[in-house]
Write a protein that binds this ligand. Structure first.
Ligand code: NAG
Ligand code: NAG
Ligand code: NAG
Ligand code: NAG
Ligand code: NAG
Ligand code: NAG
Length: 549
């Protein structure tokens, strides 16, 4: 009898070892260094000497271990934008989930890119560090046996576009701390360079004639929506923030801050150099930058005729509406994306979020439903895990549907909503302001079911796309417009819902969604990792009993 038990155990442990997914290990040294992306020297944040930081090239279900050594003079954290961190908000790297890594110290992130494919990036969430660097691409390839709805591209290129300031992150932070706005950025970068950089006429990527390449384009910028286009070449959209899309052809794409696209580009033009162009949208004066892509067989320079960008946000709204989920394509698993009928699920809660800007006491703040979020010294997730939330924050301080007048008065406090595990929730973003908003939700992807001008009412639901809206992680909200998203809150954790515009986020236009497992069960959420840094009130509290099966 005992023998049989042992045999079964041996068998089980072998199975566990076999089932373990591969590990990718990285050691990152985060330092200051001089960069001059706009032609003038400024202080940058480098990872292993690189700006932008290294690309992470992973495959579905890989375990990623990144030992981040903070050699800045300030506390530092990185978030993995779009990585869902199933049961694992411990690794989300926001001030609400992790204690920042103190200067001179290190923290090892350990997460799995579970059941995901697609184009993502990472960036710093502390202070205004993102305005100095510390960001880079993160791609998740499909496993070999899962069909991908297009032929293997010849190569795979990451294109990080974003607006940029030539002032240091400390100067920018002091503006915001002093109650001032950042003002207009000074330029736009493509992979850390601009038209004003040295050697900007040299190709950053080359293509063989006749071959097709994948370009992963992410807006890693600070504020502005950008239009991206490639001289003489069309882009076939194949993927968006982890979903395979219907493969429409585009001359140009609007990428709002925090959004990513995967496109195929065929080298079908006369062999010579061509410009990739990124330019700001919805701004009075347009900032533009170019980078060169070349053909292996032709060296002639790119034509100076830069293709024009579209004008106005109606164009951008129409483009949003043209994006469709490919219902028959496999996702990260072999089942078709469309087998999840998101439109048939009953909504259990509707939360309407209205953004606002205010100048209380002369100081600029941004808010959601009248609350301008502040990060407490104790990360919200740790306060919750240590069963001491009342020492740090209150749940549900904003109403689900704010009365019209309420958003005018702003209070400053941590903004945390209590969501019930496994409920299906509709979130409406209503933008009464004149600027475009871009919102990201950590821990999830959501169905972006509709964007329309005006105010949202329940009758607008009949205009939702309940069939093939793209499942994604970041959505724009045009001026005087609403946007609706829906998702099943099945991932326990403390999840940041934030404006991707750095100054809005820094000045309070963000909140957290808490989804807890009342049973404290490992089925729903991992335990706090052994190496978790502790800070604030939890430092002196006894460690609570771990979650159990
Ligand atoms: C990180 O880089 C700095 C500056 O180049 C260097 O002094 C330090 O030794 C490096 N640390 C690690 C852990 O590699
Ligand atoms: C990325 O990973 C894939 C799968 O392991 C591999 O085929 C490809 O060559 C890698 N690309 C780069 C640029 O390292
Ligand atoms: C810091 O790095 C060392 C190796 O350089 C590692 O052994 C240690 O676990 C890391 N600390 C944390 C908190 O991850
Ligand atoms: C959707 O995916 C399927 C399955 O891979 C593929 O055959 C089809 O061409 C794709 N459809 C479109 C419109 O992109
Ligand atoms: C959704 O709600 C309707 C009406 O309340 C009910 O008839 C239906 O069974 C529900 N559907 C699901 C999938 O729960
Ligand atoms: C959160 O909501 C659940 C009901 O969904 C409730 O049982 C729980 O008490 C709430 N927690 C707090 C702290 O408000």
């Amino acid at each position: 009898m005992a023998c049989i038990v042992i045999a079964v155990l041996v068998c089980l442990s072998v199975a566990v070892v076999r089932a373990e997914d591969p590990y990718l290990f990285f050691t990152w040294n985060v330092t200051y260094g001089t960069i001059s992306p706009l032609g003038v020297s400024q202080q940058g944040i480098l990872i292993n000497g690189e700006f932008p930081g290294p690309n992470i090239n992973s495959t579905t279900n890989n375990n990623i271990v990144v030992n981040v050594h903070n050699n800045l003079d300030q506390p530092f954290l990185i978030t993995w934008h779009g990585v869902q961190q199933r049961k694992n908000s411990w690794q989300d790297g926001t001030p609400g989930t992790n204690c920042p890594i103190p200067p001179g110290k290190n923290y090892t992130y350990h997460f799995q890119v579970k059941d995901q494919i697609g184009s993502y990036f990472y960036y710093p969430t502390t202070a205004m560090h993102r305005a100095a660097g510390g960001f880079g691409g993160l791609r998740i390839n499909s496993r070999l046996l899962i069909p991908v709805p297009y032929a293997d591209p010849e190569d795979d290129y990451t294109v990080l576009i974003g607006d940029w300031y030539s002032k240091s992150h400390t100067q920018l932070k002091s503006f915001l701390d002093g109650g001032r706005a950042l003002g207009r950025p000074d330029g736009v970068l493509i992979n850390g360079k601009s038209s004003k950089s040295k050697d900007n006429d040299k190709p950053i990527f080359t293509m063989k004639p006749g071959k097709t390449y994948k370009y992963r384009i992410c807006n890693v910028g600070l504020k502005n929506s950008l239009n991206f286009r490639i001289q003489g070449h069309k882009m076939k959209l194949v993927e968006m923030e982890g979903s395979h899309t219907v493969q429409n052809i585009y001359e140009s794409l609007d990428a709002h801050v925090g959004q990513c696209y995967g496109v195929l580009v065929t080298a079908d033009q006369p062999p010579k150099d061509y410009y990739m162009v990124a330019s700001t949208r919805f701004t009075k004066s347009v900032l533009t930058t170019t980078a060169v892509i070349g053909y292996t067989t032709g060296k002639d320079p790119a034509s100076p005729d830069i293709p024009e960008a579209p004008v106005g946000w109606a164009w951008s709204l129409n483009q949003f509406r043209s994006f469709r989920w490919n219902l028959t394509a496999s996702a990260a698993r072999p089942n078709p994306q469309g087998s999840y009928h998101y439109g048939d699920i009953n909504i259990t809660r509707t939360i309407k979020l209205v953004n606002s800007a205010s100048r209380s006491n002369g100081k600029l703040r941004y808010a959601i439903n009248g609350v301008s979020h502040v990060d407490p010294d104790t990360p919200l997730k740790l306060a919750e895990y240590y069963e001491a939330p009342d020492k740090v924050f209150k749940y549900d301080i904003i109403p689900d549907s704010p009365p019209e007048t309420d958003v005018a008065t702003v209070t400053m406090e941590p903004n945390v909503a209590n969501l019930t595990h496994r409920t299906y929730i509709e979130i409406i973003f209503e933008n009464h302001e004149k600027s475009v908003q871009s919102y990201h939700l950590s821990g999830y992807s959501f169905f972006a079911v509709g964007i329309e001008p005006g105010k949202w009412t329940p009758e607008k639901r009949k205009n939702y796309n309940l069939l093939d809206a793209v499942s994604r992680h970041t959505i724009q909200v045009f001026p005087k417009t609403w946007a609706a998203i829906m998702t099943s809150f099945d991932n326990c954790g403390m999840w940041n819902l934030r404006s991707e515009a750095i100054e809005r986020r820094y000045l309070g236009q963000q909140m957290y969604l808490s989804v807890i497992s009342p049973e404290r069960s490992l089925r729903d959420e991992y335990n706090i990792p052994d190496n978790a840094l502790l800070c604030g009130v939890v430092k002196d509290l006894p460690k609570p009993p771990p979650y159990t099966i």
